[in-house]
Write a protein that binds this ligand. Structure first.
Ligand code: PAF
Length: 281
């Protein structure tokens, strides 16, 4: 599989697909592909005649240089990982292809981008919106596939598509977990053996929260989970919040209507992990 490196070449190759009957599925990624990404690719291949994948570590969504510099990159391995799938286009542009000029657009997604990741990673969702809107413009997919591990990102992308009237269907795909519960993530590759063991505490804490839902007030449950997890010397919780699945606003009482989700971000050494779980009380 030969990746396409330029916007112009991607357009040339896609032109024939756009003209053919049948839908185009798209999986935007930052590479370091794992089984979570494969589940998105598999689904796209099953649901569409054509599938495109992008691999681009987007600088504008990183609020920390260290995180961007150390983000795992290995195009060769990624291409091998995807080799057995009938993928029609792998788009792996350099930064100057996506950003020939600085992208100065500023997005506002109401409350969706101002809580949780939005508070802890200033500018992150603006960068995600910039790159995803550009990628949608270049690829022009009928459907785009995103993992529910990045639950807030999914909500922001749905809002982006509504705001810009982009004719694409956003498909949410379930979290894929390792056998011990750890949510699959490209960042898991950065964990040392000790940190990897500690990281299982994150999903365990979420399962515990799900089991305890309704047995104590929401704020007390949040505190308890944070306290439990912080007991581990390698783990530092940034937030654990039980929020409404639609508007991502903090739930204050179990009696509130609407589906709920528990979202967590924790730092394990220098590696930042996020995860979430549906909560019903
Ligand atoms: O979820 C990711 O990997 C990235 O945020 C995305 C959607 C590919 C945009 O860079």
């Amino acid at each position: 599989m030969v990746p396409v490196l330029t916007v112009q070449e991607a357009g040339k190759q896609l032109k024939s697909l756009w003209q053919e009957e049948g839908s185009l599925g798209f999986i935007p990624t930052m590479g370091a592909l794992h089984e979570g990404h494969m589940s998105l690719i598999r689904r796209s291949v099953n649901e569409n005649q054509f599938t495109a994948v992008s691999i681009f570590v987007n600088p504008t969504q990183f609020n920390e240089k260290h995180d961007f510099d150390h983000y795992p990159r290995n195009l060769e391995t990624d291409l091998e990982t995807m080799a057995s799938f009938p993928i029609d286009l792998v788009f792996a542009p350099g930064s100057s292809e996506i950003y020939p000029e600085p992208d100065t657009r500023v997005f506002d997604f109401g409350g969706l981008d101002k809580t949780m990741e939005g508070l802890h990673r200033p500018g992150h969702f603006n960068g995600v919106a910039q790159v995803v809107s550009k990628l949608f413009d270049i690829i022009r997919p009928d459907r785009a596939y995103f993992g529910e591990k990045d639950f807030q990102q999914l909500a922001v992308i749905r809002a982006l598509v509504r705001q810009l009237d982009i004719p694409v269907e956003i498909i949410a795909c379930p979290i894929i977990r390792e056998a011990d519960g750890l949510a699959m993530s490209s960042r898991n590759k950065l964990l040392t053996a000790g940190q990897r063991t500690a990281a299982t505490g994150v999903s365990k804490a979420l399962f515990r929260a799900r089991d305890l839902a309704g047995t104590l007030p929401v704020d007390k449950l949040q505190e308890k989970i944070i306290h439990l997890l912080n007991k581990h010397p390698l783990v530092e919780v940034e937030y654990f919040k039980i929020v409404d699945r639609e508007n991502l606003q903090q739930v204050s009482d179990w009696s509130e209507a609407g589906a709920k989700i528990g979202c967590i971000a924790a730092q394990i050494g220098k590696v930042r992990l996020i995860d979430n779980i549906n909560i019903s009380s």
